[in-house]
Design a protein around this ligand. Sequence first.
Ligand SMILES: CC(C)(COP(=O)(O)OP(=O)(O)OC[C@H]1O[C@@H](n2cnc3c(N)ncnc32)[C@H](O)[C@@H]1OP(=O)(O)O)[C@@H](O)C(=O)NCCC(=O)NCCS
Length: 209
Amino acid sequence: MNKVEIFIANESHFDYAQEICSVIETSAKDRGTGIAKRTPEYIEKKIKAGNAVIALNGNEFAGFCYIEAWSHGKYVAHSGLIVHPNFRKQGLAKRIKEFIFNYSLEKYPEAKIFGITTGLAVMKINSKLGYKPVTFSELTDDPKFWAGCQTCTNFEILKSKDYKMCMCTGMLYNPKDNVEESNSNLEPEPWFKEKILKRLKRIKQRMLK
Ligand SMILES: CC(C)(COP(=O)(O)OP(=O)(O)OC[C@H]1O[C@@H](n2cnc3c(N)ncnc32)[C@H](O)[C@@H]1OP(=O)(O)O)[C@@H](O)C(=O)NCCC(=O)NCCS
């Protein structure tokens, strides 16, 4: 078996765009959770701009994630994180997130990095990278970012809560608050308590649905 390697994606990786979208969509259906839909054209646009990373096992697709800049580059988000089911639970998402995190700090050194997710794995990885949970009001107010939620099954909840809360948790990394280099081998930050977050998710499901 080849070793999975992570690259900044380029046009030679366009052929993977369809598979990336299919795995994202199937995984969301399997989890029964909402996720923003992506098209192959959108993935190709991200790749072309040098804003995507891809993980490959030889020629076999293993994982993907891309950067989006919002509010005129004041914020960046890492979106579309996906690990192919054959490569899960081997630390690959953690490697991809670390890679894209360091890459975007180089590319957008002034930007705050944020994400929204319902996924505990992503919350755990982000907590180790130094992200903090925040309310949606601390994230970008760029309408184009929130428009991306329209294809999520939870969009009606977000709308009914006036874009102030939803099933996702908002997380923010401010480079100005984190002068020391992040190290994902550290313990998760104290805010990451798996049991509590699972409970919170259940409460939100009951209250918001
Ligand atoms: C979520 C996903 C990216 C995780 O990928 P992965 O390569 O299996 O994750 P890793 O092996 O790097 O695990 C990272 C950490 O999260 C934990 N983790 C992984 N899956 C988990 C789960 N379902 N629930 C709770 N914790 C989980 C791991 O134990 C690990 O913790 P550690 O650092 O203490 O060892 C993958 O399951 C996936 O692609 N899912 C579908 C798409 C998705 O949910 N994307 C995220 C959208 S925001």
